[in-house]
Structure formats: structure tokens, C-alpha cells
Design a binder for this molecule. Structure first.
Ligand code: 3H9
Length: 702
């Protein structure tokens, strides 16, 4: 850190430039708002200055309030003396000159300026809802006045980043500069052009109008997504105030609603998730100087569901990618599926036909290994069996240049064993995508013991480049995500043996915040997938807890949606799950054969049986040194399994209950159910020492 001021005043003739310099993203950290006000006052007091420009150094304009300051009791200036008020009251015009991001408090400051110009690559937005709060710097009052109520509602309840050209059409920006124009000199010229214009155009002087039905309609339209949350509704209420109240009263209403949200459980969880997502990208023991390698010609081996999805993920982010399969037939079928997937997006309106063609053209089917010679990065996604994968790796090792990286999309197999068939085990690691691979955000990067840091860092960077959240996992059966989830998957079926029904369990989990219940998800994925894994584990471990109900459904050919029946039954051409009396009868029969006593369950018992089993397993993973941080597990659950973000993640949620209570319950179930509930040592240590999951120290990564 240097002693350079976080905001400085420069002059270019009769124009003053107020420049924020608070790396890395110019958040409104300590001293920034005060600095802006001080510079503004100096410029207003300088008779040689006709107008001002507000801009940011480095990569952004202003990325918003300093999120680390929320919930800390940090004092904020009262309404009337905030930057927004001082900008409003400025007798000389101020031009906000935007590059990078103008988000949250950044855009709110820009809207309190008299003019806004931006480079074409800039993005603006009010993403506060994503951290459980609302725009508290006048955004809910100024944006509807500037861009209209509907645009304001859409932007504020979604938090999306709006590209500058679109923001121009909304009226948020006054001008988007031509490509390549220099922002600083253009802003100075713009300021000179408007310096004498009076009255000063102030957003607060405009009015916002809307049909009152708009707000109710918005509440209805977000109801499903905003389940269990307060912030999206408070956002709507605040925007409504822009229509029903004078500006100053609207600001007071916004502040009151903001105060209700700042320390809510939802805001705390979402702030935690924000920082956990940034932490997960860091490899703590990465030696200084190790950089990820760039790749130019990626390839995917296997054109099945996973391989096709992975190839789409590359193509979606602008990469040309080769794709290969064992036979021409399989490859053709894979390409057909890819085309159909894109066509579905076009039909739904989420993709333009022209964009579909561009993406398809980036996916290059190739006939054999010879065609892969020039590839520098390969993701293997063939059938999940070691004896199928090994020959593929042998062949890749033989054909590809020595610098090429070989990654496997395995979801559970021993990658060290796989690496062992090559002469480059240091260049072999896992890139475990989640299905559908072009949609799901999580990329689990698996680090087998011989993989080099370059190999792991390159996989992490690969994820980032194709829009994924990359998280590192150790080489353990099921890695981190699936291994921590596995007990949940068993427990949900064991609950059926004890008297639950799939629809009852699903309802509890949907009420908790999952987009779908776990049984409905099972039907979507196909029940044969997990049956394969169970078979493999049962063969390897005589004490493996069998799940006769799940096995029976698979034996009956009830494989899920694809066969019209699984845990639920499905009408032809419809994905709605219907509870099935036949399943209820099977459950009853098997439970009786097993002699399991039947009981009724509360929602809380169901929830805890599922999630505590995973908390315990995740603790075992940490004590074995197979994950770096508890928060990494949370990120995996958010992006791999649809865990509700406003609950932070598995461990964050469990911390809300308390380590001691979690441990006591697990210990009690250990007594009742036996070994599968044996508490992990780490969990016991945490409970005994009163340490939270967040503060837990995992064993060194191995
Ligand atoms: C707000 O404005 C409230 C107001 O309405 C009124 C209040 C009264 N604060 O994401 P990156 C850190 S709420 C603190 O990797 P990128 C981040 O943790 C705010 N820190 O970069 C990371 O640190 P580290 C509304 C922040 O280029 C580093 O910067 N604004 C903040 O991939 C780099 O971040 C938002 O919600 C912050 N506001 O993406 C915007 N922002 O290196 C939140 C970033 O130690 N920010 N950091 O891990 C973002 O969405 C992305 O950071 C951004 C850049 C898109 C800007």
C-alpha cells in the first residue's frame, strides 16, 4: 500500500478531475466518500474551475460500497451530507466518466452527477439484492426517475450488470464513447461542452410514474425465486416509494428499508457467499511465480451428455473445441444432441439463431486421436469406468505433445491411478463438471498427489475462462462435492424405509430453498446413474449400506423422467412429478420386509437428517486434508447442488444452528443408527472447543 490519497483532484484547464484510487475495484472504502466530497468542495470553491469530472483509476469507476464494512457498525454520514447529496447540491456540473464497473454506490454516485458518459465496455448496475440489501444511496429513487419504473424494478430486483450500450437506451447514460476513445480526454471535452448549461439537470428533479399494478405484478413474478427472502420485496417497496412519495421522503423510506436488511440473516449469508466465492479461486500453497498456462486448442473426448455439455461450455465462451468419440455413430449422435440443446434455447428465446450457428461452428467433430496432435488441453468425458478411461489416457499420452494437459471429468475415480498410465502424471488432474455441464456453474478441480501446481492452476483458470466457479478438491472417492453429498443421498432413501414419502422429503427441501426436491432431481438425472456408483461401492466394501428401495425401482426399469416413472410418475411429454401410489406400496413392502419400525417425521428432522449427514462427511473430508477451506465446501454446495444461496452454504447454515447442537444430534444418531453416523474427529474437536465451522482448520492438503 502506498500513501497516495484514495481520492485526488487534478486539473485540465478549467475542468477539475476528481479521481478515485482505491484498488482493486474502487469500492467506497474508508476515506473514499469523504475524499470525493472534499475534492468536490475544493473544485466548487475554485473560480478557475467551470465543471468537474468524477472518474476512477485502474480497472473500474466505482464498484459500490465496501461490502466488508456492512454489519460492522461502521458509521455512515447522515442523509443530507452524503456524497449523493453534496453532488446534487453542487453549483457546478459534474460528469461521471465510467469505465469498468459502476455498481451499487458507484452507479448511485454517478446518478447523483449531472451527466454520465461511458466507454462501450463499461457495465452499470445495482446488484445490492444479490447481497441481501437494497440500493441505499438513493438508487431506488433516482433510477426510476432516470430510466423508468419498469427498468428500475428489473435492474434492482435482478441486480444484473447492464452493458453501456443498453444503459444508453435506458437513459441511464447520456453518451457512450466510440470504441477506443480515451475516457479522460473525452470526459474533459464533454465537461467543457456542458459547463455553461443551466439549470443543471438533476435526476432528483425528475418524477417517476407507474401504474400501481406494476408493483404487484413484479411481486408475483419474483415470488418463486425470492422465496424465503426479504430483500427483493424491500427493493420493490423502495421503488414504489419513488412513485408515491416526494424525493426526500422516498430517500428516507429507502434508508429505513435498508436498515431492516443490513443485518438480516439473509444479508449475512449472501455477504459470506460473495467472499467465499472469491476465496475459493485462491490456491493457498501455490508457489510464487507459478502461473496458469494459456491454452489454444482444447479438445473433449466423449460426445455423450457430459462431453457434449463440456464442448458447449467451451463454445459458449468463444473457444473452438474439438470433440471425439470412439465411433462415428456416437459422435454424430453427440453432435445431434448438441444441436438440439442449442435449438431448445433458441425456441425458448434465450439464444439467437445466429448465435447458435456461431457456437455450433466452434465445435469440431474429429475422427480419431491423430486429429488431436495439436491440442494443448484435453478433457476426457468417456464412460465412468477405470478400464474404459485408462486406454484413452494411454493413447492421449502417446499422441499429444509433452506440454499438453490431460484432464478427466471423472466424478469419483482415483485420478492418481489414471495418471499412472501416462508418462506425464504431473500434467494429469480432474476437471469434474456438473450436469448439464454448459449450465451448472461448479467446476471441481481435482488435484491428485502427482499433479503439478501448473496443472491445477491451469484447470482453475480454464474454469474461470468458461464462466465456471472453480474449486479445488482432493483425490478421494467422490472428491469433495459428491462425497460430501453422498450421505444425504443415502439418508433420503433410508428416511423412506422409516416411513417418509418422496413427496414429503421433497417438500421440506423445496421449502428450505432448493429449486427442486432431491427425489425429483434424481428422476431428472436418471436413477441408473447413482445405481452404478452404489454397485461399485458395494463391491469394494462389504459393509456398504445398501438401499433396497432405490435398487428395486431401478430393477423395475423406473429410471426417472426418461422412462416416464421413477420416484414419481410422469405424463407423456410433461416433466411434472406426480406422487405415485405404486412407489408408496413398494416402500411399504420393502420396509416391512426389512422390519424397520415406522414413524412420522417433522420437517426439521427430515432437513437435519439429510444435511447433518453431509456436514459430518464434509468434516471427515477436511480432517483428511482433501479440501482447503470450509467455505470451499459451501461454494461447491451453492453451485453444484442448488443449495439456497441466502443460507450461505452447508457449513454456514450449520454454524447458524451451532457446532455443539450439530455434534450432539449426530452423536445421538450414532447411538441409534450405528456406524454411518459416527461423528468425525474434527466435528467432535470443534464441538468440544466451541469453535465454529467457519473457524475450523482443515488438515494440510494432501
Ligand atoms: C452498495 O453499494 C450499497 C449502496 O447501495 C449504499 C450503501 C449505503 N466491497 O470480484 P473480484 C473485492 S453494496 C469490498 O475478484 P472481478 C473482492 O472481494 C455493493 N470488496 O474482481 C476481491 O478481493 P480479494 C454493491 C470488494 O474483476 C477484489 O475486490 N456492489 C467489492 O472478477 C476483486 O474482486 C457490488 O455488489 C466491494 N464492493 O469483478 C459489487 N467488490 O482480491 C461487488 C469487489 O481480496 N463486486 N471487492 O479477493 C463485484 O461484483 C465484482 O467484484 C466486480 C469485479 C464485478 C466489481
Amino acid at each position: 500500500m502506498t500513501d497516495a490519497p484514495v481520492v485526488r483532484l487534478e486539473k485540465d484547464g478549467d475542468i477539475a478531475l476528481i479521481i478515485v484510487n482505491y484498488p482493486p475495484v474502487n469500492a467506497l472504502g474508508p476515506g473514499v466518500s469523504d475524499g470525493i466530497i472534499e475534492c468536490l468542495n475544493r473544485a466548487n470553491g475554485d473560480p478557475g474551475v467551470k465543471a468537474m469530472v468524477l472518474m476512477g483509476d485502474g480497472r473500474s469507476f466505482i464498484a459500490g460500497a465496501d461490502i466488508r464494512g456492512f454489519g460492522t457498525g461502521r458509521k455512515r454520514p447522515p442523509i443530507g451530507s452524503r456524497t449523493y447529496d453534496v453532488l446534487d447540491a453542487s453549483p457546478k456540473p459534474v460528469v461521471a466518466a465510467i469505465h469498468g464497473y459502476a455498481l451499487g454506490g458507484g452507479l448511485e454516485n454517478a446518478m447523483a452527477c449531472h451527466y454520465r458518459i461511458a466507454v462501450p465496455s463499461a457495465k452499470v448496475g445495482l446488484p445490492e439484492v444479490q447481497i441481501g440489501i437494497l440500493p441505499g444511496g438513493g438508487g431506488t429513487q433516482r433510477l426510476p426517475r432516470l430510466a423508468g419504473v419498469q427498468v428500475a424494478l428489473d435492474m434492482i430486483t435482478s441486480g444484473r450488470h447492464v452493458p453501456a450500450p443498453e444503459a444508453l437506451t435506458f437513459g441511464i447514460l447520456d453518451e457512450v464513447l466510440p470504441q477506443g476513445a480515451d475516457l479522460r480526454s473525452s470526459a474533459v471535452a464533454y465537461a467543457r461542452k456542458i459547463a455553461a448549461v443551466r439549470p443543471l439537470p438533476r435526476v432528483r428533479d425528475k418524477s417517476a410514474t407507474a401504474d400501481p399494478g406494476v408493483f404487484e405484478a413484479m411481486r408475483k413474478s419474483i415470488a418463486r425465486k425470492a422465496r424465503n427472502q426479504l430483500a427483493p420485496y424491500h427493493c420493490i417497496a423502495a421503488v414504489e416509494a419513488s412513485v408515491t412519495l416526494p424525493f426526500d421522503e422516498g430517500i428516507a423510506k429507502e434508508a429505513a428499508l435498508f436498515a431492516e436488511l443490513e443485518n438480516s440473516d439473509e444479508a449475512k449469508a449472501l455477504r459470506y457467499a460473495f467472499f467465499a466465492e472469491r476465496e475459493v479461486a485462491k490456491i493457498p500453497d501455490l508457489p510464487v511465480g507459478v502461473e496458469p498456462h494459456d491454452f489454444h486448442i482444447p479438445a473433449v473426448i466423449g460426445a455423450g451428455t457430459m462431453g457434449g455439455g463440456i464442448a458447449m461450455a467451451f463454445a459458449d465462451f468463444g473457444y473452438d473445441v474439438k470433440i471425439m468419440d470412439a465411433t462415428r455413430d456416437a459422435l454424430d449422435r453427440g453432435m445431434e444432441k448438441i444441436r438440439n440443446n442449442y435449438a431448445t434455447s433458441v425456441k425458448r428465446g434465450s439464444l439467437k439463431q445466429e448465435e447458435m450457428e456461431k457456437r455450433l461452428a466452434r465445435i469440431h467433430p474429429v475422427g480419431g486421436y491423430e486429429d488431436l496432435r495439436d491440442c494443448d488441453l484435453v478433457v476426457e468425458a468417456v464412460f465412468e469406468r477405470m478400464d474404459v478411461k485408462k486406454p484413452v489416457f494411454e493413447k492421449l499420452d502417446e499422441v499429444l505433445g509433452p506440454q499438453a494437459f490431460l484432464y478427466s471429468n471423472s466424478s469419483a475415480l482415483d485420478l492418481d491411478e489414471l495418471a499412472g498410465v501416462t508418462k506425464r502424471p504431473e500434467r494429469v488432474a480432474g476437471t469434474h463438471f456438473f450436469s448439464p455441464a454448459n449450465v451448472m456453474k461448479l467446476l471441481e478441480v481435482v488435484r491428485p498427489p502427482r499433479a503439478s501446481f501448473e496443472t491445477v492452476a491451469t484447470a482453475m483458470a480454464l474454469g474461470r475462462k468458461i464462466g465456471k466457479v472453480s474449486a479445488i478438491a482432493g483425490n478421494t472417492d467422490g472428491f469433495v462435492a459428491n462425497r460430501s453429498r453422498a450421505p444425504f443421498n443415502s439418508e433420503m432413501v433410508i428416511l423412506l424405509e422409516e416411513g417418509c414419502l418422496p413427496e414429503q422429503v421433497d417438500k421440506v427441501m423445496v421449502d428450505f430453498g432448493y429449486p427442486m426436491g432431491p427425489f425429483a432431481v434424481g428422476d431428472l438425472a436418471g436413477l441408473d446413474i447413482s445405481a452404478e456408483g452404489r454397485k461399485r461401492r458395494a463391491a469394494a466394501n462389504p459393509n456398504y449400506r445398501k438401499l433396497p428401495i432405490a435398487d428395486t425401482l431401478v430393477e423395475m426399469g423406473r429410471l426417472g423422467q426418461k422412462t416416464g416413472a421413477g420416484w414419481y410418475r410422469y405424463e407423456k411429454g410433461d416433466r411434472t412429478p406426480h406422487p405415485d401410489p405404486e412407489v408408496a406400496a413398494i416402500i411399504k413392502r420393502i420396509a416391512a420386509e426389512m422390519g424397520v419400525p415406522q414413524k412420522t417425521f417433522t420437517d426439521q428432522e427430515i432437513l437435519r437428517r439429510l444435511l447433518f449427514s453431509s456436514v459430518n462427511e464434509a468434516c471427515k473430508i477436511l480432517e483428511e486434508g482433501k479440501a482447503y477451506r470450509t467455505s470451499d465446501v459451501d461454494v461447491m454446495w451453492l453451485h453444484g447442488f442448488g443449495f439456497p444461496r441466502y443460507r450461505g452454504g452447508l457449513f454456514f447454515w450449520a454454524d447458524g444452528i451451532g457446532v455443539r447442537e450439530v455434534y450432539n444430534q449426530i452423536a445421538a444418531w450414532h447411538q441409534q443408527y450405528g456406524d454411518r453416523w459416527a461423528p468425525s474427529k474434527l466435528l467432535r474437536d470443534l464441538a468440544e472447543s466451541g469453535t465454529s465451522f467457519r473457524e475450523a482448520k482443515p488438515a494440510p492438503f494432501v
